[in-house]
Design a protein around this ligand. Structure first.
Ligand code: PLP
Ligand code: COI
Length: 340
């Protein structure tokens, strides 16, 4: 199959329209069977639930070309399960996870020419999402919904690729205790736009959010979970009911333990401890593992010994093993790789 003529190596993390997308509609209590379409436009009521009360959630995963030329998707079943959780919390109808995986596979297959070649540094980002499409004016759930999946070829999430970034401690909260921080609701991202733009205006790449109740514990960033490495080589990652349960983080925990023989602690992480860690990284589908070189806490800097030039050694090993598994260079644990 002939690939599109795209400058893969210079792609950023942006939207690039591809040929086909999957669309299914929910009406009268049932999902239709769904179909692939070339039409990239969505037509809905001016009073749609998504437009008035932000009734929408989404997912993100990636497809890769392996060295031997297969197209594979990383753990789409977990994205399907997480989207079910998001839908329940937002009073949206569940799109069953088996059908979710099938829709994702259909969409990737139909856009195979856009899956970046092995070794190009780019991947095909897959964006499933759902929204309330029928009119609501009182505050209540919509009666009709649309589930869609589109794809877009992407490069690194942070400009500069694997270079360490600088983040700041945010004065804004991302998620309330008992709120929606643990699901992938569009509203979580809407409220992060002001803080992220403010961070950029001040010269920072991202925000570190602390827990809203006490502002003493590390939560996550606007689009990724944290991973830390202690000076004696242990991996530490924050546990909280108000962060998104990152599939990348869960995979890295397994990689650290089972492939690299490292000790892993998933626990509450006090911001006070952060200055004593040796390495820090952001992990997620888009971020993969993006190393953090510096954290600015209201003018006070925490500079990790790994510096601003390259990833720390443990982060590097985690990165190489995870991407090796994703791209088929390293044998994956059972069930992690879906061949398209
Ligand atoms: N945290 C937030 C807020 C995110 O938006 C994402 C991205 O999906 C993640 C963490 C990482 O999750 P995952 O590894 O499942 O992509
Ligand atoms: C992802 O990593 O898939 C995300 O959703 C993060 C960001 C692009 C919102």
């Amino acid at each position: 199959m002939e690939k599109k003529n795209i400058d893969w190596a210079n792609l950023g993390f942006g939207y690039h329209e591809t040929d086909k997308r999957f669309v299914a509609n929910y009406k009268n209590g049932n999902w239709d069977e769904g179909t692939l379409t070339s039409d990239d436009k969505v037509v809905i009521s001016e009073c749609a639930g998504v437009l008035q009360y932000a009734q929408t959630c989404f997912e993100g995963m990636k497809a890769y070309t392996t060295e031997d030329g297969h197209i594979v998707i990383f753990r789409p079943d977990l994205n399907g399960a997480r989207m079910e959780d998001s839908c329940r919390r937002l009073e949206m109808p569940v799109f069953p996870k088996e059908r979710f995986v099938d829709a994702v596979v259909q969409t990737v297959k139909a856009n195979a020419a856009y899956v970046p070649p092995f070794g190009s540094g780019a991947t095909l980002y897959i964006r499933p999402y759902m929204f309330g499409s029928s009119a609501v004016i009182g505050v209540k759930p919509a009666e009709e919904y649309q589930f869609r999946v589109f794809t877009t070829p992407v490069g690194p999430y942070f400009k500069g690729g694997a270079k360490p970034i600088t983040i700041r401690v945010s004065d804004y909260d991302r998620a309330a205790p008992h709120g929606t921080g643990h699901i992938k609701a569009g509203l979580n991202y809407a409220m992060s736009l002001y803080p992220i733009m403010e961070a950029h205006r001040q010269g920072f790449d991202e925000n570190m959010y602390l827990d809203a109740a006490t502002r003493t514990k590390v939560e996550e960033t606007g689009g990724a979970n944290f991973i830390f490495v202690t000076k004696d080589g242990k991996v530490v990652t924050p546990k909280s009911d108000s962060i998104l349960p990152s599939i990348t983080r869960r995979s890295l925990v397994a990689v650290a333990k089972d492939y690299l023989g490292l000790e892993v602690e998933e626990r509450e992480v006090c911001f006070d401890e952060v200055k004593d860690f040796a390495e820090c990284g952001l992990c997620g589908t888009a971020a993969v593992i993006s190393p953090v070189g510096k954290i600015n806490d209201h003018g006070k800097e925490i500079c990790f010994p790994s510096g601003m030039e390259k990833m720390g050694p443990v982060t590097q090993k985690l990165y190489e093993t995870l991407t090796g598994i994703q791209m088929g260079r390293i044998q994956a644990p059972e069930g992690w790789i879906k061949v398209v």
